[in-house]
Ligand binder design. Structure first.
Ligand SMILES: [Zn+2]
Length: 238
């Protein structure tokens, strides 16, 4: 009977480990997705910064063109002033020249702001690019590690399941049925006794019951939760 009780304890331990490992395996894809999203975000952010630098240089050229066009207009208007006949016409021309000059001034101010932004972006871009590369490399490595870890866990589960079946199939039929019945209701079928307590429901066990457990003469169930109770050698040593 001691052999059966020891086997039951080992079976439960394997069963719990299998369950725990399977939960760990199931959690891995979610972790991988999170890292992949981070990588995507970092790369996107870098691309946005690079794009902005290009945009600025494109917009800057357009503004340069606008200014040049206005200057040509101003020159033309200035030359027209010599040909005007009335004061009113003259004032109108001057007014238009002033307007174009103020437009150019506005555009020039905008260009200065753009240059400042470009300078700021360019000065941080190198560091940001390195940071992004580091993040991408680090996360890619973590993803690979997780994939590798998943393979290891899958292999562990396979081994544990085979060990479990090996031990379980050797149990007497009634012990097998009892294990499965309790597992179905309680999730965990076998509990170890610690400090004269059932570790499944934390009920205290009576001295008489403890004596019966120590005898290891039969499979005993916790009177409170109905799980199989095993008194381990480690507990005897205390
Ligand atoms: Zn119990």
């Amino acid at each position: 009977m001691t052999e059966i009780l020891n086997a039951l304890a080992k079976i439960q331990s394997l069963d719990s480990d299998i369950e725990q490992t399977q939960k760990e395996i199931e959690a891995i894809p979610k972790k991988i997705t999170l890292f992949e999203k981070d990588v995507e975000k970092a790369e996107h952010s870098l691309q946005e910064k690079k794009k902005r630098v290009q945009e600025i240089s494109k917009e800057y050229k357009i503004k340069e063109g606008d200014i040049a066009a206005n200057e040509t207009k101003i020159e033309k208007l200035n030359s027209q002033t010599f040909a005007v006949k009335t004061n009113e016409e003259y004032r109108a021309l001057l007014h238009e020249v002033e307007f174009l000059k103020s437009e150019n001034k506005k555009t020039e101010d905008e260009m200065i702001t753009m240059l400042e932004e470009e300078e700021k972006l360019n000065s941080t871009l190198g560091a940001f690019e390195k940071e992004t590369t580091d993040t991408v490399n680090e996360h890619t490595r973590k993803i690979e590690d997780l994939k590798q870890h998943r393979e290891t866990l899958l292999s562990n589960v396979k081994t544990m399941k085979s060990d479990f079946e090996g031990l379980f199939n050797k149990l007497p039929k009634d012990a097998q049925e009892l294990y499965e019945k309790i597992k179905k209701v309680r999730g965990k079928a076998v509990c170890l006794v610690e400090d004269e307590t059932c570790t499944g429901c934390y009920a205290s066990l009576t001295p008489q019951f403890m004596n019966e457990l120590k005898k290891k003469g039969e499979i005993l169930l916790c009177a409170h939760c109905g799980r199989i109770l095993i008194f381990t050698t480690a507990d005897t040593d205390k």
